[in-house]
Design a protein around this ligand. Structure first.
Ligand SMILES: [Zn+2]
Length: 190
């Protein structure tokens, strides 16, 4: 598996894609894709938050801060879904990171790339700001948690009635197959 293909970018928002780096959260097969500082570097590249060719090297403290941010995003979004007030400490963290200098777009010969003197810190600020906009803005009613794989996503369907994420694992399909089998068992046992 290539570095980039470990990560999924199907959540409909970059901050939720970031939250998805703890894959199958709380369910069978949970995997932390941000286990080492190099994983954070790989994710930033895969997410297009680091300009191609610009060197960045995450250190252990960057990883710790990134995981703290990721968990604050996840908890706050989950609170929103069940209409609970997010934890004050999580909101304070999101606010303080979002207040830092974010990535800035720059026009180069290759097109528009994102730039910042302190790239990793700036990327975290961009992620925190994205999460805040999502959770406090118009899309807040469209924030969902996939009941199969616990992935946060933004329901962009016209009717706004999507239940499952659109992962390659086919969460919706998996759930339907399971309920079909349960019905069959019930019929066989009747
Ligand atoms: Zn799912």
């Amino acid at each position: 598996m290539t570095q980039a293909s470990r990560f999924s970018f199907i959540a409909g928002s970059i901050s939720f894609d970031f939250a998805a780096t703890l894959r199958d959260r709380g369910v069978e097969g949970e995997t932390d894709l941000l286990a080492r500082p190099e994983d954070l570097d790989a994710w930033l590249d895969a997410a297009g938050l680091a300009p191609p060719g610009v060197k960045h090297k995450a250190r252990q403290h960057h990883l710790r801060a990134a995981v703290r941010l990721r968990e604050a995003i996840h908890r706050s979004a989950c609170a929103l879904i069940v209409r609970r007030r997010p934890d004050a400490a999580d909101i304070a963290l999101l606010n303080s990171i979002a207040a830092q200098t974010p990535l800035r777009p720059q026009i180069t010969a290759e097109g528009v790339t994102m730039f910042a003197p302190r790239l990793i810190e700036a990327a975290m600020s961009t992620l925190a700001a994205d999460a805040i906009r999502l959770m406090a803005g118009r899309d807040r009613a469209r924030v969902r948690l996939c009941p199969e794989c616990a992935l946060l996503f933004v329901d962009n369907s016209p009717a706004g009635k999507r239940r499952w994420c659109s992962s390659a694992a086919g969460c919706g399909n998996r759930a339907k197959v399971r309920s079909f089998r349960a019905r069959q068992r019930a019929v066989a046992g009747a």
